[in-house]
Design a protein around this ligand. Structure first.
Ligand SMILES: [Zn+2]
Length: 272
């Protein structure tokens, strides 16, 4: 049985042991997302410098592949606008982020990664920063279109208006809406179906079951952080296997298959 976690990090806590736990619980496939530049102990001066983070991440994913089927997603985290902005000013930060997205897409074209991650801040920011973040996001859609790859999004908390606004941004550059994956989604499967964005449902509480009651057009994720300073934050690596097995036990075998296999193959263009 294939069990896929759509969004997980490996940082400084369990590292590859987290995947051993995932596997022991029944997990088979995982999308590993790179972190912010400061997690790799470097300060990018240009977008090209992001290759430090991307190379390290790709190397880690190669090691992960010895344990489970692992795929790399390269992130230019929307909070970089604040992190880099405090050093260079926000305009320059946005420029660096856009250039970093160009670099990320090259890795996708070379087959080293399957998708990129962008978005906009989840905390409140000035109107100027918000506009710049939307510009960076539009650039992400533009370059992802050239590579025909999915874009995972880290955004503000879900609101219908917010998601529809993002759809408009994607449409402006002709990016396919069903290749937009909203990470950390609530289980509002019907809403997302209408909006067009693909939800990656955070597997907390009974979200996965709630999602399955509405349909099968979604992914599931833990957003496992692997941060030794916050070991209990978000969800542990065994959560998705546990939740998917629960689905199957309740008779949602077809939904589990869609979520873990068919949706993954369709949106990311990979063969599991
Ligand atoms: Zn994450």
């Amino acid at each position: 049985m294939i069990i896929t976690d759509n969004h997980m990090h490996l940082y400084n806590h369990l590292r590859l042991k987290a995947l051993e736990e995932f596997k022991a619980a029944g997990g088979t496939h995982v999308f590993l997302v790179s972190l912010l530049s400061h997690h790799y102990n470097f300060v990018p001066k240009t977008g090209k410098d992001f290759s430090v983070a991307f190379d390290e991440h790709v190397k880690l994913v190669e090691k992960a592949k010895k344990i489970v089927k692992a795929y790399a997603i390269l992130s230019v985290h929307p909070a970089e606008i604040t992190v880099l902005g405090s050093r260079y000013g926000v305009e320059k930060a946005a420029e660096i982020m856009m250039e970093a997205l160009d670099v990320a897409v090259k890795y996708v074209l070379e087959g080293k990664a399957v998708a990129i991650k962008s978005g906009r801040p989840h905390y409140s920011v000035s109107e100027k920063v918000w506009k710049l973040s939307n510009k960076v996001l539009m650039h992400a859609f533009e370059v992802a279109k050239d590579a025909n790859c999915a874009v995972q999004l880290h955004t503000e908390s879900y609101s219908r208006e917010g998601m529809e606004e993002i759809v408009e941004i994607a449409k402006k550059v002709g990016f396919k809406i069903d290749k937009i994956v909203k990470h950390f989604s609530p289980p509002l499967i019907k809403d997302f179906e209408e909006i067009g964005i693909f939800p990656s449902v955070i597997a907390s509480e009974n979200n996965v079951l709630k999602a399955a009651e509405q349909g099968s057009r979604f992914f599931v994720e833990t957003d496992y952080l692997d941060d030794k300073d916050r070991p209990g934050a978000v969800l542990g690596p065994k959560t998705v296997p546990k939740k998917i097995k629960e689905l199957v036990a309740r008779g949602y075998e077809d939904v589990a298959y869609k979520v873990c296999v068919e949706n993954v193959e369709k949106v990311y263009g990979v063969e599991l």
